[in-house]
Design a protein around this ligand. Structure first.
Ligand SMILES: Cc1cc2nc3c(=O)[nH]c(=O)nc-3n(C[C@H](O)[C@H](O)[C@H](O)COP(=O)(O)O)c2cc1C
Length: 370
């Protein structure tokens, strides 16, 4: 008998069966080539994740349009020529026994682009994005739909829309950032217009295929999108028959401020938010992530009904054997992600390839570029 009965029980998303409740939450590592293509670093990383014993790997956010590139080392899906490389990513994950979903994204005002576009001009750092025209909105909706279809053609088992971390979909929802006077801004109903239009277009293009949504439940910023709006939006997602909601909190602007800095050190820190969303849309599978360092914590979250699936990002990056150790297939202790360490994120922000402080010297060496 399984020690962690719920964690190692199967679960269905749409018509696909997950062998257990462990998923890799998308984690951008920026191992791609500067032209957005896949290389051996990307493939080695995802091969390791695919072999981890997690049932599902949600691959980090990839770029759907040149205006929405989040980083110079980001995988891209805004052209047919990227399909071949992405197919290799899906294949290495499958070869390890896991299912593979791909997260697709437009970075909006966070983009690594000269001409930054956003719902409204709201500065990020020194740069001011310009307001998207209606034609640009339609173009980006179409870009999401095309990207999702490419993900399907590349052999991914599903696609996830990145509505988290304060990227474009979240920017439209945010009363702090969306000051438009047209049908895409103003009331919550109007702020939901763009993300819901994206979902419709994506679902039309991929037809009968799993589509999940990463939901930013709370920006944790004054005047920002918060839990009440998130509940209303989750209900709209449910009407659109979204196949799961992966709940998260915080944006690039809240990551360095209290209360987030302290909250995010706690085990299972996003489970409470996931639970509130789950209660609002009981029929939709819910994923929660956030320092789920131990199988005890994961089992408790599932047992309390806070979520249906567990997401591990840094936790799985720190120890890719987490699922096998949790199951007792490997008897060594889990190597925890150090809550006082932000090396992976720090290196990414410095434009360097990340590695984990918990890895061996040899493992780290492959990712050092200085
Ligand atoms: C370096 C880094 C990159 C991330 N990249 C993504 C991403 O591409 N898409 C996304 O939805 N979340 C991303 N996240 C958030 C994670 O999916 C996850 O919600 C968060 O890190 C908490 O889980 P953890 O404690 O297991 O890392 C990222 C987090 C980190 C630290």
């Amino acid at each position: 008998m399984e020690k962690y009965e719920l964690l190692f029980s199967p679960f269905k998303i749409k018509n696909i069966e997950l062998a257990n409740r462990i998923t890799m939450a998308p984690m951008f590592v920026g191992y791609a080539n500067p032209d957005g293509t896949v290389n051996s670093l990307v493939l080695n990383h995802y091969k390791k994740m695919g072999c981890s014993g997690a049932a599902l790997i949600v691959v980090e956010n990839v770029c759907i349009d040149a205006t929405g590139l989040g980083s110079p080392f980001m995988m891209r899906i805004d052209d047919e020529r990227y399909i071949e490389g992405l197919k290799m990513v899906a294949d290495v994950i499958h070869s390890g026994g896991a299912l593979a979903f791909l997260q697709i994204n437009h970075a909006g005002r966070y983009a690594y682009a000269k001409d930054r576009i956003a719902p409204s001009p709201a500065a990020f750092g020194q740069t001011m994005p310009r307001e998207m025209t209606t034609d640009e909105i339609h173009h980006i909706v179409d870009a999401y739909a095309k990207a999702a279809l490419r993900a399907k053609r590349a052999g991914f088992d599903g696609v996830e829309l990145h509505g988290g971390t304060g990227y474009l979909l979240a920017q439209f929802l945010s009363p702090r950032l969306n000051k438009r006077n047209d049908s895409y801004g103003g009331s919550l109903e109007k702020r939901m217009h763009f993300p819901l239009e994206v979902i419709d277009a994506v679902k039309r293009s991929v037809e009968d295929y799993p589509v999940g949504y990463r939901l930013l439940a709370d920006e944790l910023l004054p005047g920002g999108f918060g839990m009440d709006d998130a509940i209303s939006f989750a209900k709209e997602l449910s009407k659109k028959d979204i196949d799961y909601i992966s709940v998260m909190i915080g944006t690039h602007e809240s990551y360095n401020i209290t209360p987030y800095v302290e909250i995010e050190k706690t085990e299972g820190y996003m489970a409470l938010y996931a639970k509130t969303i789950k209660e609002a849309v009981p029929g939709i599978p819910i994923i929660t992530a956030g320092r789920i360092q131990t199988p005890e914590c994961a089992e408790k979250i599932l047992n309390e009904g806070s979520a249906d699936l567990i997401g591990l990002a840094r936790v799985l990056y720190a120890d890719s054997l987490w699922p096998k150790k949790a199951r007792g297939i490997i008897t060594e202790p889990i190597v925890p992600c150090n809550p006082n360490c932000s090396l992976c994120m720090d290196r990414i922000l410095q434009g360097k390839r990340p590695f984990c402080s918990q890895w061996s010297k040899e493992e780290k060496q492959a990712y050092r570029d200085e």
